[in-house]
Write a protein that binds this ligand. Structure first.
Ligand SMILES: [Zn+2]
Length: 305
């Protein structure tokens, strides 16, 4: 299978916004993940362009990172009858809009509040795009993340648990909670599914799943042996995300942001305490420059995508 079945549309976004996967059949329209808040008008426009006069019935979030549910509020405003289903374990945080446990404070990212209809149940199934989908637990990148699998066609909606080239930062590790074992369990689960196609949270759908899983496995092994490399990856991802959001910024502005961003502070304290925060941010920006992800002119830092 190299083509997705009819009824499945993948809106491939970038790294600031996750992909949005639209599943349609005559019974209902269902979207998986809604992108980052600064792109929410585009998310609504993409959904509307495909659905036309039809309404969006259900929105499922694989996890509640800001780049996966930042468009929830805008979609809710556009589709008043929209039902939002969130991963298990997040209900009280969303009800209270607890930015700390939802990690928006820790990551220095934004997410407009939204309301939800119910929590997803691990092992439960739903029908969409004339296919049956199962909700599976996929802790690691996020402790509550789910992935969605269709057995008949072997299609896996993998969120940030598996990308064509790696997987998302293992955020609980930054908090000091060991989570590499969870990443391993999730990779083992994905391997056992023997999927034909993966629709990841970021990047295009891919079909060589075996190679992607092997790549993710060796990346996990590398991070286990070199936790500082995972910390560096996490710091660069957080900084690059901010650059993607701001397009252009200054060292002063980044310094202020880093002071308010708990994960960033934790990474600094644990691995780079010998450097001032300022020197550390400059070191990270130099790394991004070397990777072609940013340019610096005097005090001005610009995103390069
Ligand atoms: Zn994520």
């Amino acid at each position: 299978m190299k083509v997705l079945p009819p009824g499945i549309t993948v809106f491939e976004r970038g790294w600031l916004s996750s992909n949005n996967i639209l599943l349609e059949d005559k019974h209902q329209t269902l979207l998986i993940d809604s992108g980052y808040c600064t792109h929410s008008a585009q998310t609504v426009a993409l959904v509307q362009s495909k659905l036309g006069a039809r309404s969006l019935d259900v929105l499922v979030n694989t996890h509640l990172h800001s780049d996966h549910c930042g468009g929830n509020a805008a979609l809710q405003a556009s589709y008043p009858w929209l039902k939002i289903y969130i991963p298990p374990g997040n209900a009280s945080s969303v009800q209270a809009w607890d930015k700390q446990s939802l990690t928006y404070e820790a990551t220095g990212q934004s997410c407009p509040p939204f309301s939800f209809s119910k929590s997803l149940e691990i092992g439960s199934q739903f029908e969409a795009a004339k296919l049956r989908w199962e909700i599976l637990a996929a802790p690691g990148h996020d402790p509550d993340s789910v992935i969605v699998f269709n057995t008949q066609q072997g299609i896996l909606i993998s969120a940030d648990a598996l990308w064509e080239n790696g997987f998302g930062v293992v955020f609980p590790e930054i908090e000091g909670d060991s989570a590499f074992d969870e990443v391993q369990h999730t990779l083992d689960l994905i391997k056992s599914l023997d999927a034909n196609c993966v629709i990841p949270g970021h990047g295009q759908p891919f079909y060589d799943v075996t190679t992607a899983v092997a790549r993710a496995q060796s990346r996990l092994n590398f991070f286990r042996e070199n936790p500082i490399k995972h910390a560096l990856y996490a710091a660069k991802v957080l900084l690059k995300f901010k650059l993607l959001e701001l397009h252009q910024t200054s060292f002063q502005q980044l310094h202020e942001w880093s002071q308010q961003t708990r994960y960033f502070q934790m990474l600094h304290a644990k691995y780079w305490a010998s450097l001032t925060t300022d020197a550390w941010v400059r070191m990270l920006i130099t790394e991004l420059e070397k990777a072609g992800a940013a340019t610096v002119q005097q005090d001005l830092i610009s995103d390069l995508t």
